[in-house]
Design a protein around this ligand. Structure first.
Ligand code: GLY
Length: 364
């Protein structure tokens, strides 16, 4: 299945298919002749097999959020220079969100912008990071502090990669799917709920069957469509539209930072942040209680932590500091996206009212 999107000046196509594409096909589709494959220690084997007999350099960065830093970006830029890549060369990211964000950033600044293709190998990467052009790396202890908007020309989502995904990765990606499906109201349909619950064995480490992959592929298709259409309307998050994708993320980013970057998966934090956004939305009269309950119920059934305070939140002060540092703060006001009818809406909170957020996070 192929989906085409236009993000500002850039066209981006998404291919959801069975197998990891070979480098020859990737180069052919991008009309390029030379590539640098960028992967991490988890996807090095996949990248090697995609390369096959082709002559292309491979740059391996350390796996995990802890190394989503400038050093990894520099390693990629140096590898591209050593491989003699020109501006018409292609950076091919093979991996999850960390690899695609790092590689995307490197491609966006390399000789003022080289070609970029992402082969997304995790559920989180497929439904979020790979699509819509956000790139970046962590700096000063803040997630994605530095970055660019640079959509990949082609994004490949090989379902085969899901069969070896660890439960933690399933859990991380599924939370972003739930968030996205709140935005187009499809979460509340019985069919969607059935598909979400069908993924529970993967979350619990009980194996991945063909019907489970089928349910996952339907959810990926839906998430890609919803996220892609939202990002098309506001590719650089200048208006309010794309900011809706940050549903639950103000809480989530603060939790992720306070727990120590990399300790909780992004999705685990998003699930908790989404539950907190439901409660905040109810308090502010934006989220209908039945919607809040439906969202929190499905999160709970899938085993996500939804209660406050989060067990990983030993230091409430660190949480509030991270929340106050949020890069999405504008004009001194704090922005939260909460579920609404329809979809979700953006609410602003002035610094004097942050006590409510503190209370709903279980810190007062
Ligand atoms: N991850 C949210 C966005 O791409 O805008």
């Amino acid at each position: 299945m192929t989906y085409d999107f236009t993000f500002g000046l850039y066209k981006s196509s998404v291919n959801i298919e069975q197998d990891v594409p070979g480098l020859e096909a990737v180069l052919g589709a991008a009309e390029s002749e030379r590539a640098l494959l960028v992967c991490d220690t988890n996807t090095a084997e996949l990248a090697e097999s995609a390369r096959g007999a082709m002559a292309a350099a491979v740059c391996v960065v350390p796996a995990g959020e802890a190394d989503k830093n400038w050093q990894s970006v520099e390693k990629i830029l140096r590898a591209a220079a050593e491989a003699g890549l020109d501006r018409d060369g292609l950076f091919v990211a093979v991996g999850g969100g960390v690899v695609s964000d790092l590689c995307g950033f490197a491609a966006s600044v390399y000789k003022r912008g080289a070609g970029l293709v992402i082969v997304s190998t995790t559920l989180l990467g497929m439904v979020d990071a790979a699509l819509g052009g956000k790139t970046g790396f962590d700096l000063l202890g803040i997630k994605n502090f530095a970055g660019t908007f640079y959509p990949a020309r082609h994004v490949y989502m090989p379902l085969a990669a899901l069969s070896t995904l660890p439960p933690r990765e399933w859990r991380s990606g599924l939370a972003e799917i739930i968030k996205t499906l709140v935005l187009d109201d499809s979460l509340y349909a019985a069919e969607t709920r059935g598909r979400l619950l069908a993924l529970k064995p993967a979350l619990d480490g009980e194996g991945v069957s063909a019907p489970l992959i089928e349910a996952a592929s339907r959810l990926i298709e839906r998430s890609v469509t919803v996220k892609g259409r939202i990002a098309e309307k506001d590719p650089e998050e200048r208006g309010g539209e794309r900011a809706l994708l940050n549903l639950g993320h103000t809480f989530a980013h603060a939790l992720e930072s306070a727990a120590g970057l990399g300790r909780l998966s992004h999705g685990e934090s998003v699930a908790w942040g989404l539950a907190r956004a439901c409660v905040l939305g109810e308090e502010l009269g934006c989220t209908p209680p039945e919607r809040s309950e439906a969202i929190r119920a499905v999160l709970g059934e899938l085993g996500y932590e939804t209660q406050a305070p989060h067990p990983a939140l030993a230091d409430g002060g660190a949480f509030m500091r991270a929340l106050k540092d949020d890069k999405k703060k504008i004009g001194g006001l704090f922005h939260f996206v909460v579920p609404a009818l329809p979809g979700a809406c953006l609410v602003t909170i002035d610094p004097d009212s942050l006590g409510l957020v503190e209370k709903l996070s279980g810190l007062l």
